[in-house]
Write a protein that binds this ligand. Sequence first.
Ligand SMILES: [Mg+2]
Length: 139
Amino acid sequence: MKLLRPCEEAGSILDIDYKKLYRLGKRGILFDLDNTLGGRRPAQLAPEVTTLLDKLTKMEFRIGILTNRRIGTKDRVIVELAAKYPLRCRAGKPRKKGFLDILAQMDVPPEHVVMVGDRLFTDILGANRLGIYSIRIKG
Ligand SMILES: [Mg+2]
């Protein structure tokens, strides 16, 4: 099914060619959290991930975090990310609402946005249905 096929695949978020995405006209990047920005349930971000997000911000990408995870008191990683970027927990991916809400907050239209995530039935399906460029992290 075409809607479950990512536009690209990558081994990790560090392997993506972000300059190419910028040349393609992409200006917003949505990241999934679990198994994308970190491991299965990351307590904090690795330094290279924080560095990458800072670099992408300097490249003038708008960053958003879209996770289906609930907010928990132990989820310090979510508190830290939310201090810097638009973030939606319990986003209900692949439903459209969570995507559209955060894109409105980021002020970028779907055709100029990239979704980076590991799960076909939430991240990739939800992005593809909205015409968002989808990149699957194979892990
Ligand atoms: Mg995930």
